[in-house]
Design a protein around this ligand. Structure first.
Ligand SMILES: [Zn+2]
Length: 407
C-alpha cells in the first residue's frame, strides 16, 4: 500500500533558508498519516533530490505510483529526476489555500462566484470541457493577463481532475488535513524552533491523527451506522469499510438512484443522469472475472466504486461489492487474534472472543475520549489491568474452554 502514492509538501520559512519536506504514505485504512519529515538546510534542487533518494532507500527503492506535492518548482524537478515512473500531481487543497491572497483583491465581491466556477471546472469530466470552460471563465471575470491564472492553466495537467482521472489519489488531493499539517509545521519553522522541538511536535501530530482515526472507528463500532438506501450493498460496505470509505461509497450509492442505465450490447452499458438526454458514462462488466470498469475512472482514482458502476451492479442483482472493489486500504483495521488462540482446537470460538474483546476496547477508547477525566481514568485503570494480565502465565495453544478453566 505504501507504494500507491505519497503526498509530499515543501515548506520554506520566510525568515530562514530552512525547508521542511514532509513525506507521507497518505491515507491508509481510516486515517491520513504523517510518517516522515525532513528538515533541509536549503530548499534547492540538490536538497530535494537528496531527500527523495533517502526516502527511496527507506522504501527499498520501490517508487510510489503517484506523488502529490505543492507547487515548489525544485521539488517538481526533483520528482521528475528521481521518480521518473511516478505520476506527479499537485494538491488542489494546497493550491486553493492560496486563492484568497491571489484573487481576493482582483475579484472583490465576485471572488466567491469565481471560486464556485473554479471548482465546477475542476470537477468536470472531460478535458475538452475543462479547457473550453476555463477560457469562458477567464473572459467572464476579466482575468486575461493574470499571472496566477496563466500559471494554473499551464500546470492544469497536474491538478485538474479531468486530467488526473485514472491516477490513484485516494481523495487526498483536496484533503484539508494536508494544508493544516503544512500550516502547523510552517508555524514551527517561522518561530525558528530547534530541530529536537520540531521532531517532538511532529510526533504530537502523528499521535493526534492516530487518536482521531481510532475514535472514528470506535464510534462506528459502537453506534448503528445510518444507512440511507435499502440496497444490501450499503450494508455490506458498512460492515467492511472504514468510516471515510463507507461515507464516500454511500454518497455514490445515493446518487446512483438518480441515474438511468441502458444496455448497449454484450457487456456494455450506458449510465446517464435521469435529467440528461445525452452523454453519460460507459460501463463495462465482465461477469466471469467480476470486473467492472467505468469511463469516469473514479475507482482507479479514489479506490471507491462510482455511482455508474454501482447502478449497473445493483441492476444485475449484485447484493455485495465484488472483492476486487474492496481495497485492503479501506478495510477497517482487523488486528489478528493471538497465535496461541488461533492454534487451539476451538479456534472459531476463540476468534469470536477476541473480536468481542476488540469491540469492548473500541468502546472504551470512544468513551474515554469524551473528556480529559475519562481519559485519565481509562489510562490509569488499563495500565493496572495490563500489568495484571502480564503476570498471568501463558499456556501455548489453549482453546477457548481451557482459557476459561484457568480463571
Ligand atoms: Zn463512473
Amino acid at each position: 500500500m505504501l507504494r500507491r502514492r505519497i503526498p509530499i509538501s515543501s515548506m520554506t520559512s520566510p525568515k530562514t533558508p530552512t525547508t521542511a519536506l514532509r513525506i507521507s504514505p497518505g491515507r491508509t485504512h481510516h486515517r491520513s498519516s504523517l510518517t516522515s519529515c525532513a528538515l533541509l538546510r536549503e530548499g534547492n534542487l540538490q536538497s530535494f533530490i537528496w531527500a527523495l533518494q533517502v526516502f527511496l532507500n527507506f522504501m527499498n527503492r520501490k517508487a510510489p505510483q503517484t506523488v502529490l506535492t505543492d507547487q515548489n518548482m525544485h521539488l517538481k524537478e526533483a520528482v521528475q529526476k528521481e521518480l521518473p515512473n511516478t505520476k506527479h500531481a499537485l494538491s488542489i487543497g494546497l493550491i486553493a489555500s492560496r486563492f484568497p491572497s491571489w484573487f481576493n483583491a482582483v475579484l472583490g465581491r465576485h471572488y466567491n462566484d469565481w471560486e464556485n466556477e473554479f471548482y465546477r471546472l475542476h470537477n468536470m469530466e472531460s478535458t475538452m470541457d475543462f479547457d473550453l470552460g476555463w477560457s469562458d471563465m477567464v473572459s467572464c471575470y476579466g482575468l486575461h493577463g493574470n499571472r496566477h491564472i496563466a500559471s494554473l492553466f499551464a500546470s492544469r495537467k497536474l491538478w485538474a481532475s479531468p486530467y488526473l482521472r485514472g491516477h490513484f489519489l485516494a481523495g487526498l488531493a483536496a484533503l484539508p488535513g494536508i494544508s493544516k499539517i503544512k500550516d502547523f509545521i510552517q508555524r514551527l519553522l517561522s518561530a525558528q524552533t530547534c530541530l529536537s522541538r520540531l521532531i517532538e511536535q511532529v510526533a504530537v501530530v502523528v499521535d493526534y491523527k492516530d487518536q482521531a482515526g481510532e475514535q472514528q472507528i470506535a464510534q462506528q463500532n459502537s453506534e448503528n451506522t445510518i444507512l440511507k438506501t435499502a440496497a444490501p450493498v450499503e450494508g455490506h460496505a458498512a460492515a467492511v469499510f472504514t468510516p471515510y470509505a463507507f461515507y464516500e461509497l454511500q454518497d455514490e450509492l445515493v446518487e446512483a438512484a438518480h441515474y438511468a442505465y441502458f444496455h448497449l450490447e454484450g457487456n456494455a452499458f450506458l449510465v446517464r443522469h435521469h435529467t440528461k438526454t445525452d452523454g453519460g458514462c460507459n460501463v463495462t462488466w465482465n461477469q466471469k472475472e467480476e470486473l467492472i470498469s467505468c469511463s469516469c475512472q473514479m475507482f482507479e482514482s479514489s479506490g471507491i466504486l462510482c455511482r455508474h458502476a454501482l447502478r449497473v451492479l445493483t441492476t444485475l442483482n449484485y447484493f455485495q461489492i465484488p472483492d476486487h472493489y474492496l481495497p485492503v486500504r479501506w478495510h477497517r483495521t482487523q488486528p489478528q487474534p493471538s497465535k496461541s488462540l488461533i492454534g487451539g482446537p476451538d479456534h472459531g470460538r476463540s476468534y469470536e472472543r477476541v473480536k468481542a474483546l476488540q469491540s469492548m476496547v473500541s468502546v472504551l477508547v470512544s468513551e474515554a475520549g469524551k473528556s480529559e477525566e475519562r481519559m485519565d481514568l481509562a489510562t490509569q485503570e488499563v495500565s493496572v489491568l495490563l500489568s495484571r494480565i502480564r503476570q498471568q502465565p501463558v499456556v501455548p495453544n489453549v482453546s477457548g474452554d481451557s482459557v476459561r478453566r484457568q480463571r
